[in-house]
Design a binder for this molecule. Structure first.
Ligand code: FES
Length: 98
């Protein structure tokens, strides 16, 4: 059986792309060394891991949506990195808070 892999790129930083197997959780594989993403709670509550995602991944759950409404209202590309499972190649940039 061949497993499928996807690439995560960090276009606005010097971090090298990371390749993970499909359905891996970003929160289990992104670290302070290999990515610009910071995590706090890792359970979708604190908003620390707010990022902008480019790429075709499943839409946020109702719970994630609620938190996104608070931290990034009106920004459809904003996501909580800790809630994302990889289902496609994606590009991640950190959400700039105003
Ligand atoms: S780390 Fe807290 S919401 Fe993602």
């Amino acid at each position: 059986m061949t497993s499928q892999h996807h690439t995560i790129k960090f276009p606005t930083t010097n971090h090298q792309p990371i390749t993970l197997e499909k359905h891996q959780k970003l929160s289990e594989h992104l670290t302070i060394e290999n990515s610009p993403v910071l995590f706090g709670c890792r359970t979708g509550i604190c908003g620390t891991c707010l990022v902008i995602i480019k790429g075709d991944i499943p839409p946020p759950s109702a719970e994630e949506k609620e938190i996104l409404e608070i931290f990034a209202p009106g920004n459809p590309q904003a996501r909580l990195a800790c809630q994302i499972q990889l289902t496609n190649d994606i590009e991640i940039t950190i959400f700039e808070r105003k």
